[in-house]
Each structure stands twice: as structure tokens, then as C-alpha cells.
Design a protein around this ligand. Structure first.
Ligand code: C2E
Ligand code: CA
Ligand code: CA
Length: 310
């Protein structure tokens, strides 16, 4: 039998002047050892500061969930051939103390604490309601995709959330799509495959996000009900300067075409990148060159004033 352990070490009198404090410091070191999967760690002041920040963030996020401080931004993407809007990604923002905070600061903690489950309830309901409103007002809309955290697949709660929202707003599911990450499949491939097939059965489409950064085992592309591949921003950033990035995007374009998958390039910022992606026949483009993420009101106005097709 293998036994795994982590040890946290603190020193008297350097780290603390009494037994209680000394234990607390050892606990900080132990927490750091556990999180980083180290066999042992010595107490360091920076780790304690980090831990305090993390605890505060967790508290703030619990309050944010209770008081509904989250809001959604939308970033449209366009058809490569015509630059017409053909879909949008919804991106979570935290409206905290009068500031709009991007997910880089909090998404990991929301996921690690399980709070993301509650936030996803809000996101899916809000997007479905938004779609219903747009369809009623403008008679047409575009598909909106929602980022789903890998943990939401463990409990299958994602199926219930999507089903409820579609029913509640009597929404055509073709206007909803989810974005998932490759790391979702590493464990329990068959279980995830079954959930994804159920989601596809609802009529919701599935996009594989950040493609090329993870394991990118090509065999699963043909086994899973994926509709769209989103080519990671890192390849687009270096498309013009790095031959490997260019060749990778070219290969992804060719595989996707053969497997009948739609391609979206993320993070397109200049017209040279656009030109290269046009030559490579990537279907859709998302990035600051076209639109930055915008709040609901601006997105609504954009949909009202622009020609768009699915
Ligand atoms: P992502 O899913 O890859 O989303 C794309 C990110 O790239 C967004 O950052 C977007 O604002 C940014 N982006 C788009 N075009 C450009 C561009 O031309 N240049 C540059 N530099 N950036 C561009 P954002 O909104 O800060 O989101 C960051 C990440 O947070 C997302 O990456 C996603 O992984 C996560 N996230 C956002 N919303 C949600 C959510 O509702 N649920 C979950 N689970 N994760 C979310
Ligand atoms: Ca995404
Ligand atoms: Ca992405």
C-alpha cells in the first residue's frame, strides 16, 4: 500500500513567538504543500498573504453569489467570408464595488469552491431569457455560446439547467451552444461522452474551446458530438511570426473540414491575421478587430442595427 502525505513546517522563534501561532503558520505551510502537491513546505510570509487574499476572495464571491453581483458581456464573432455577425460568446463579469472585473481574477476560485454551479444557473437562465426577448422584439437572433466549467459535468447538472431554460422560455435550442475544454475528457471519457450526447439530443450545439492547447487527441473528435472547434488565441497571436503556429492552424482547418466541424479563430486583432485565416478557410473569426466584449444593452443595440445571419 502506498501512503501519500504532505508536511507543513514552521520554526520557533523565527516564524512565531507562541505555540498557537506556530501551529497556525505550520498550517499555512501545510495548505501550500497540499495545493502544490509537495511532500513538505516551509512556512513563508508570501504564502500566508496569498492564503489571506484567497480566503477574502472566497468570502467576497459567496456574497457576490447571494447578492447577484454577476453580469454578462457578449462578444460577437463574424463569418470570415462576409464579416457578418453569426454568433456570440457570453463572458462572465463581476460587478463589484462599482468596478467590472474580468474572469481572470475570480473564475478559478468560483470553480474550485463549487460556487460556479450557482452562477451557471444564473448565466444559462439569463442567456435564454435574452434570446427570447430578442426573438420577440426583432424576430431573429444569433446563437449564443456559454462557457461551462468542467465540474458541472460531474453532477450532470448541466443537462437539467439547459433543459429547464429551454422549457421556461420555450426557446429553440439551436440558439444555445456550450463551450467546453479538452481537459474535461481526460478522466471518464465514456461518462462525458454520454452527457455530451444527451446535450446534443436537446438540440444544443457544442464547441471545443481553446483547441490545440490541451491534449488534442484527434481520435475523440470523431467520437464526441462536437459541432465547432475554437482555435486557441495563442496560435492566432503568433500566426504571422511563427511557422509552427501557422502549420498547426492549417492542419486544424483541414481536419475540421474533413470531419465537418465548424472552425472559429479566437483573438483576431489585425487584418493580416484575418487575411491568413481567410486563405486557410477558417469559417468564423472572433476578436478585437471586429468586436470587443460588450454589455447587454450595447449588444442588443448592435443586433438591432446590424445585418446578421446564422
Ligand atoms: P475564453 O473562453 O477563451 O474567452 C475568450 C477570452 O478572450 C475572453 O476573455 C475575451 O474577452 C478575450 N478576447 C476575445 N478577443 C480577444 C482579442 O482579440 N484579443 C485578446 N487579447 N483577447 C480577446 P475574458 O472575458 O477575460 O475571459 C477569460 C476566460 O474566463 C475565458 O476564456 C473563459 O475561460 C473564462 N470564462 C469567461 N466567462 C466564463 C463563464 O461564464 N464560465 C466559465 N466557466 N468560464 C468563463
Ligand atoms: Ca470560451
Ligand atoms: Ca477560448
Amino acid at each position: 500500500m502506498d501512503i501519500e502525505f504532505n508536511i507543513g513546517v514552521s520554526f520557533f522563534p523565527d516564524n512565531a513567538k507562541n505555540a498557537q501561532d506556530l501551529l497556525a503558520k505550520a498550517y499555512v505551510a501545510l495548505k501550500h504543500a497540499k495545493e502544490g502537491n509537495y511532500p513538505y513546505k516551509f512556512y513563508q510570509k508570501e504564502d500566508e498573504e496569498q492564503l489571506i487574499k484567497q480566503i477574502q476572495l472566497k468570502k467576497d464571491l459567496e456574497k457576490a453569489v447571494k447578492e447577484n453581483e454577476f453580469t454578462l458581456y457578449y462578444q460577437p464573432y463574424v463569418k470570415n467570408a462576409s464579416s457578418e455577425i453569426c454568433g456570440a460568446e457570453c463572458l462572465l463579469r463581476w460587478d463589484h464595488n462599482g468596478k467590472i472585473i474580468a474572469p481572470g481574477v475570480f473564475i478559478e476560485t468560483l470553480e474550485a469552491t463549487g460556487l460556479i454551479e450557482y452562477v451557471e444557473d444564473f448565466i444559462i437562465d439569463k442567456v435564454a431569457y435574452f434570446q427570447k426577448t430578442i426573438l420577440t422584439q426583432y424576430k431573429k437572433t444569433i446563437p449564443i455560446s456559454i462557457n461551462i466549467a468542467p465540474n458541472s459535468f460531474k453532477s450532470k447538472s448541466i443537462i437539467r439547467k439547459l433543459t429547464n431554460a429551454i422549457k421556461k422560455y420555450d426557446l429553440d435550442p439551436k440558439y444555445l451552444s456550450i463551450e467546453i475544454l479538452e481537459r474535461l475528457f481526460i478522466e471518464n471519457f465514456d461518462y462525458i461522452k454520454q452527457i455530451l450526447h444527451t446535450i446534443k439530443g436537446l438540440g444544443v450545439s457544442i464547441a471545443l474551446d481553446d483547441f490545440g492547447t490541451g491534449y488534442s487527441s484527434l481520435s475523440y473528435l470523431s467520437q464526441l458530438p462536437i459541432n465547432t472547434i475554437k482555435i486557441d488565441i495563442s496560435f492566432i497571436k503568433t500566426l504571422e511570426t511563427n511557422q509552427t503556429s501557422y502549420q498547426l492552424v492549417k492542419a486544424i482547418a483541414s481536419i475540421s473540414k474533413n470531419l465537418n466541424l465548424k472552425t472559429i479563430a479566437e483573438g483576431v486583432e489585425n487584418s493580416n491575421q484575418q487575411k491568413i485565416l481567410k486563405d486557410l478557410e477558417i469559417d468564423c473569426l472572433q476578436g478585437y478587430l471586429f468586436y470587443k466584449p460588450m454589455d447587454e444593452e450595447n449588444f442588443k443595440q448592435l443586433l438591432n442595427s446590424t445585418i446578421y445571419t446564422i
